[in-house]
Write a protein that binds this ligand. Sequence first.
Ligand code: MG
Ligand code: MG
Length: 269
Amino acid sequence: MLDDKKREAIEIMRDCNQLVSRTLAEVASLIEPGVTTLELDQKAEQFIRDNGAEPGFKGYSGFPKTLCTSVNSQVVHGIPSEYVLKEGDIISVDCGVKMKGYYGDTAYTFAVGEIDRHVAELLRITYEALYKGIEQAVTGRRVGDIGYAVQKHAEGAGFAVVREMVGHGIGANLHEDPEVPNYGKRGRGPLLKEGMVLCIEPMINLGGRAIVQEADGWTIRTRDNRPSAHYELAVAVTGSFADILSTFEYIEKVLIIKNNGLPWQNRKP
Ligand code: MG
Ligand code: MG
């Protein structure tokens, strides 16, 4: 059983992650050809502050912005800029907030207009892999069970798993133990215990798994410059099911109205 303090912490983190989820829905409503990633960032920061929270990433280890916006071959940690989104791009938008002493952290990869059908498949498989991982986030399983499930789904579809960047615990700090790799062996790694809160976030590449860091000291991109996808949800480990603290529901309501479908449904024939 959870003590009251732990239970309260989880409920605050649910509020944090629900706010991140609603912030990403605001961002979703703006994503289209011609918009800069900086405009997305400004909208997100304003929305977070209007809701009584602080951006979780801004100032974290010196990161300069509210969102990480990672386009096409960029995997994660892209810095919002004057880059103008164009038809056929994909963009991972990763957002964090801090509220009442706790963090939320969630990410979604969007399609800008119509995308290549192979890239669409990459998005769909990465999204599914996230939920395969979440299914394993229950008491008594191990971190390796999560990684194994993600890796099996991604590699089974012919895609590559980024190894160097991983999911993580979250709480009063943005990144806490344990690390949650997107690869692994069943039954290995730290034991999952009731009340642990984890961010599960597969980063999956269309080409090879190798990554490099760009000269800005932040942006991670694929070495072969082929596209990469990234979805992230925060979950609390409970006895029988993973309690998902963030949600894609708000984002997807926007996308279905605006784009007539989810990202991988907006593809060229
Ligand atoms: Mg994140
Ligand atoms: Mg994260």
